[in-house]
Design a protein around this ligand. Sequence first.
Ligand code: ATP
Ligand code: MG
Length: 567
Amino acid sequence: MSEPNNIPVDFIREIIAEDLRSGRHARIQTRFPPEPNGYLHIGHAKSICLNFGIAKEFGGICNVRMDDTNPVKEEIEYVESIMADVRWLIGGWAEQNLGVKPASREGRGPSPFYASDYFERLYQYAVALIEKGKAYVCDMTAEETDEYRRAGRSSLFRERSIPENLDLFARMRAGEFADGARTLRAKIDMTAPNVWLRDPLLYRIRHAEHHQTGDRWCIYPMYDWAHTLSDYIEAITHSLCTLEFEVHRPLYEWILDALELPGPRPRQIEFARLNLDYTVMSKRKLIQLVNDGLVKGWDDPRMLTISGLKRRGVTASALRSFAAAIGVTKFPSLHEMTLLEHTVRQEFNPSAARRLAVLRPIKVALINYPADRVESLRAINNPEDADAGTREVPFGQILWIDEADFMEAPPPKYFRLRPGGEVRLKYAYIIRCDEVIKDEDGKVVELRCTVDLESKSGGATAQRKVKGTIHWVSAAHAQDAEVRLYDRLFNVAEPDADGNFKDHINRHSLEVVTAKCEPALSDARPEERYQFERLGYFALDPETTSARQVWNRTVTLKDTWAKAVKR
Ligand code: ATP
Ligand code: MG
C-alpha cells in the first residue's frame, strides 16, 4: 500500500524549515500529548500524523507524553490503548521517530513520558515563581474566582507576601487543606483583554489517587502550567496544538518569560482541528456512547476511534493517506466522511483480492444443468493487478444469488434478474428465470432458471450479450460466514449541532447477515483486505474462529450497485 509520494507542504512545515535554516533550532523535537481519559479518535490521528510526519521528514523525534494532570478522569487502560493505537498508526512508517522513555516498564513495551514525571520539577518552578513575586495562594472559591476573573476584579488575596505564599503553598502540598480550599494563581493582569491572563490558576487541591503517582500528591498542576513546562523540560522545539489553544499562547509565553528560562524555548503553533460529518469527535462524547451502551465498546467498528477504524478494516496506511489528503491549515472546516471512504477505496482497490460472496441469499436451481456436474471456472483475482493471477471457482446446479439481484416487477433500467428475463452469472453462463417459487407468506424462496450452455464466459460460443451481470456462489461449495454491514452511526451530518447528539443515533447502523462465501475465502487472512465483488471491501473481525468467519464491511463500493444492495 502506497504512501503519498509528495512530502506535504503547509504553513507549519514552512516555519520549521525556516527555523532550521536560520539556525534557531539545530534539531526538531515535537510531541503528541494526549490526556489518558479515553481512547484516541480520528482527530488524534491527524495530530499524530502531523507530529510524527514532521519528525520523520526533518529527522527529529516526536515524544508521546501523557497529559495526566487530572487524576479523577484518567486510567491506566487508556494509557495502554493510546500507546497501542499510536504504535499501530506509525508502524512501518515513523517508528524510528517515536520518543519514549528508555526503560520499558515491566516489559510492557515502550513507556510514554508523563507530565506526572515532572510533578516535582513543576512544583519547584512554582516555588521559583512565588519567590519572584509572580504567583500567590488564593483562598477564594471556584465560583468567586470565575466571577472575579470575568469582571476583571483582583482577588482579595493578591497582595499576600512572598513568605506567606511560600508557607501556604508548602502546606497545600503537605495536605493541610481540603479540596477547593485554596489555589495557586499566576499574578499577571486582571484587566487583560485575554481572560487567560487574568491571574490563571496554576495549582488546585485534589485529594485523589493518581494512576502514576499514587497518593504522593494532593495538589495537581493545571493544564497550562504542566503543558508549557513539560514542553520545555523535554526540549520540544515546536509545540503543535489545535486552534482553541491560540488564546492560551500568551500564557504559554508568559510562563517561559516569567521563569526567565534559558533558550532554546519551545514555540506553540496552532492548526485547525479535524471535524468530520456524521460523527462526534471528543473523548467526552465518545465515552457516553460507550457507557450508555449505544455502541459495543471503544473499538466498535462504527466508532471513529483509531481502534474502531482498525477493527473495521481501515489500515494505518489509509488513515495516513487521509491525514495527508485533508492537510493542515489555520481554517476551521468540516470534512466529509465520503472523503475518508474514498481514500480507503483508493487504497484498497489496487491490492484487494476479489472474491464472490452472497449476503442475502436466494436459491437458484438450473433446471437443464446436470445435478451431479461440477465445473471449475476461472476467476480473476484482481483486474487492477495482473500479477494477482486467477483462481478456480466451482459451479453447480444449485446456486445462491443476492436477493437484491432479483425483482418480480422491476422499474425501468433494471438489468438484473426478473421473471422471463436473462442475466449473466459472472465468469459463468447466461441464465433465464422461468419460474418463481414462493412460500406461504409470498416470500421468494427459489428461482428456477434455464442456463444457456452455449454462453460460457471465455468459451468459443460466448458471443451473446445481455445487459446485466451478477455474482453467485455454488450452494454445494458455499461456506457460511457472519457479515457485519455498517452504516453511519448518526442520522444527521452534525449530530451535536443542537447539543443532543445521542438523539440522532441511527438505529440501523449495524446489520448482521449470514453470507454464502466461495471456497477460496476459507484461506482469508486477517491482515489482508478483500473486495467481495459488487459489495465492498471487507476485513476479518478478531471474533473470527476456526469454525466461523466474521467479516466487517470496511466500506461499500462506490458504484450504484453497491447502493442498491445496501438499500
Ligand atoms: P478530546 O476532546 O477528544 O478529549 P482533546 O484535544 O481534549 O480532545 P487530548 O487528549 O488533549 O484531547 O489531545 C491530544 C492532542 O490531540 C492535542 O494536541 C490535541 O490538540 C490533538 N487533537 C485532539 N482532537 C483533535 C482533532 N479533532 N484534530 C486534530 N488534533 C486533535
Ligand atoms: Mg481534553
